[in-house]
Ligand binder design. Structure first.
Ligand code: ADP
Ligand code: ADP
Ligand code: MG
Length: 667
């Protein structure tokens, strides 16, 4: 077994590989770019080597620097994770050429599966069913249109070098064909440097079911059952599960055997996944699945298969790469219970799943095990305070659950998602929650079109209730007092101390402004008036950021955290971030009357209305910062002269960045 390995990746997968290495007593070397100096995977490793600037082409895709780092640190093997160099056969050759071990399949196996057209031809020869279609070299539009006609519409055009859902076009009718082909060829060229496309019969009401395989260098290959990844948006997986719902044992065996044939046909070693497109218009059939592609690496969603088999796939990868035989045969394997994984991303779902960036001001996961099988497992490469940068995949975490039955596991997933709290970054958390609660999904009636069909329902924005708005105002204005002791006299003293009975509190929420009148009735009970409506509410603090709410005959708990002038309220998997505009509360100044103006949150500088040397009066607007889609006006903390303006319009700043310095002498 290896004593030291290098992980040629970042984020959650680098951390996940290191977790197993740690358990096996293997030393780890991380590599990192400029953007990742302070990231979790660097902190977790025994050693870390800087390999270049943030752009992936200059760092995580620089095989030469990574190999040099491995040689310099005495690592014996390289684990590629997924993405980046994991399916690059030239990298495998270079690693082996340097006398190191690649923890993955041989370069020849990656080459055989690298292009979808060649892979399909190879699979056809090996007797694996493939989707009917054209997969030759001809690029001529008329020729291909004619082939599409022969296959019969609808057809799917795929860039043969494509991946991650890119370079694909669904064509329903012949007259759309030419434009779609051009689009797919262009995307293939732009993203993968290869414009050649294949054409496939489009399977209507398809399910995506993939088989996990493992091979070793001793001629053994097994399948570790299936995953259903039909919950997709734009051909990208959102929630995965194992096993697949409504899977007859005969079909499971047929698919497993076909996947093992595929692996054997290319002398496969290590972990791999054979993806099939399956006819989901009726019950699954032995003649109703077709090979799509093989991913010659560990897959993002491998934890659901680990959960139901009780195996650690990274451990198996390491043992196979070290030359061991697989420690089991097909007959030893069985399925235990049910597992789901939800991919939690920093992305704006209503804006078309647009990747988002920002700082994770607040990040709390449910009680779980990290990178280790358990009832709830969280695989994450970020910590509270870390930034989701524009440079890489905006994944925050994978939420994985394992229960005895599908219904129980789905309940666990729903609850686990509801217990996640994130602020500072827009996420798909609410969308995942809505999907986990969706009726068809609960019934196991899944197909790859479900999300698109139900998008409106799944992304329905639920505005904050009156009680949430009232709680945000009361907490944001600092009106919930911290009981200093259990002595009621102390509390009464406190209460007398801030006896101002009425406060006007301004709040902003996603572009809406609220103007609330908060009347303190007694310790912890308030009347909140807003635009004619009255909310009577009791709030008491019950833990660091947990508040018990009593209103309208209902009792529940929320979490609330404050950063800068924002208050984020969390309830049941939903989060609401309110901002208290300048001078919004008639108690307590927020900005320290110091000699500087710092960014209260990460954001984009939208307006700079002053210059170095300007004279300002207390309260003058000086900078507008855009954060979380809202604008925040920062004002001068006191009268005086600005000695230096340190930012310009268009600058992206992090929380605490010094924006403006004031002359010290007149303050
Ligand atoms: P899956 O494992 O579900 O099949 P994909 O094939 O979509 O996932 O890709 C796996 C992950 O690898 C994605 O989340 C993506 O972030 C990352 N990835 C894929 N290709 C690249 C690439 N060329 N460079 C960097 N990351 C990549
Ligand atoms: P990628 O390399 O981008 O992962 P795949 O070939 O694996 O590309 O296809 C991605 C997704 O596109 C599948 O999971 C499935 O949802 C859909 N898809 C692919 N081929 C077909 C097909 N022939 N018919 C219907 N849907 C398909
Ligand atoms: Mg795929």
């Amino acid at each position: 077994m290896f004593r030291k390995i290098l992980i040629a990746n970042r984020g959650e997968i680098a951390c996940r590989v290191m977790a197993t290495a740690n358990r096996l007593g293997i030393r780890t070397v991380a590599v990192y770019s400029d953007a990742d100096v302070n990231s979790k995977h660097v902190a977790m490793a025994d050693e870390a080597i800087h390999i270049g600037p943030a752009a992936v082409a200059e760092s995580y895709l620089r095989g030469d620097r990574i190999i040099e780092a491995a040689l310099n640190t005495g690592a014996e093997a390289v684990h590629p994770g997924y993405g980046f160099l994991s399916e690059n056969p030239d990298f495998v050759d270079a690693v082996e050429g340097a006398g190191l071990t690649f923890i993955g399949p041989p370069a020849s196996a990656i080459r055989a599966m690298g292009l979808k057209d060649a892979a399909k031809a190879l699979m056809q020869e090996a007797g694996v069913p493939v989707v009917p279609g054209y997969h030759g070299e001809n690029r001529d539009a008329d020729f291909l249109a004619n082939e599409a006609g022969k296959i019969g519409f609808p057809v799917l055009i795929k860039a043969r070098a494509g991946g991650g859902g890119k370079g694909m076009r669904l064509v329903e009718t012949p007259n759309e064909f030419a434009a779609a082909l051009e689009g797919a060829q262009r995307e293939g060229e732009a993203s993968f440097g290869d414009p050649v496309c294949l054409i496939e019969k489009y399977i209507t009401q398809p399910r995506h079911i993939e088989i996990q395989v493992f091979g070793d260098g001793h001629g053994n290959a097994v399948y570790l059952f299936e995953r259903d990844c039909s919950m997709q948006r734009r051909h990208q997986k959102v929630i995965e599960e194992a096993p697949a719902p409504n899977m007859p044992e005969t079909v499971r065996t047929a698919m497993g055997k076909a996947a093992v044939e595929a692996a054997k046909a290319i002398g496969y070693q290590g972990a791999g996944t054979v993806e099939f497109i399956v006819d989901g218009s009726g019950p699954l059939r032995e003649d109703g699945f077709w090979f799509m592609e093989m991913n010659t690496r560990l897959q993002v969603e491998h934890p659901v298969s680990e959960a139901i088999t009780g195996l650690d796939f990274v451990e198996l990868q390491l043992r196979v790469a070290a030359g061991e035989a697989l420690p089991f045969s097909q007959d030893d394997l069985s399925i235990d219970g049910w597992s789901f994984e939800a991919r939690l991303y920093a992305e704006d779902v209503p804006k078309g799943f647009l990747p988002a960036i920002g700082t994770l001001n607040h990040l709390r996961f449910p009680r779980s095990s990290e990178f280790d099988t358990g009832h709830i497992r969280i695989d994450s490469g970020v910590r509270k305070g870390d930034a989701i940068s524009p440079w890489y995949d905006p994944m925050i975490a994978k939420i994985i659950v394992h229960g005895p039955t599908r219904a129980v596991a789905l309940n666990m997933l729903t609850t686990a998602l509801a217990d996640c709290q994130i602020s500072g970054v827009v996420t798909n958390l609410e969308f995942l929650g809505a999907l986990a609660r969706h009726g068809d999904f609960a019934q196991g009636n899944v197909d790859t079109g479900l999300i698109a069909r139900e998008l409106n329902q799944l992304t329905e924005a639920i505005p904050p209730s009156n009680s949430i708005v009232a709680a945000a105002a009361i907490i944001g204005a600092g009106l919930v007092n911290e009981p200093k002791s259990s002595d009621p006299w102390d509390q009464l003293m406190d209460w007398r101390h801030w006896t101002a009975a009425q406060h006007h509190v301004g709040l902003e929420f996603e572009g809406d402004s609220f103007d609330l009148l908060v009347t303190t009735k007694s310790v912890g009970t308030f009347k909140v008036e807003e635009n004619g409506s009255v909310t009577e509410i009791g709030i008491s603090k019950n833990g660091e950021d947990v508040f018990d709410i009593l209103t309208d005959g209902q009792r529940f708990s929320i979490s609330a955290v404050q950063f800068g002038r924002s208050v984020a309220i969390f309830r049941d998997g939903r989060s609401y971030t309110f901002t208290l505009p300048d001078h919004s509360v008639d108690v307590g100044g927020e900005q320290p009357a110091g000699n500087s103006i710092v960014a209260p949150m990460p954001g984009l500088v939208k307006v700079v209305s002053v210059q170095s040397g300007s004279n300002v009066s207390k309260g003058d607007p000086v900078i507008v910062l855009e954060a979380m889609k809202m604008e925040h006006t920062l004002t001068a903390p006191r009268d005086g002269k600005l000695s230096e303006v340190l930012v310009a319009v268009g600058d992206q700043v992090t929380e605490g960045t010094l924006l403006i310095a004031m002359d010290g002498d007149d303050g």
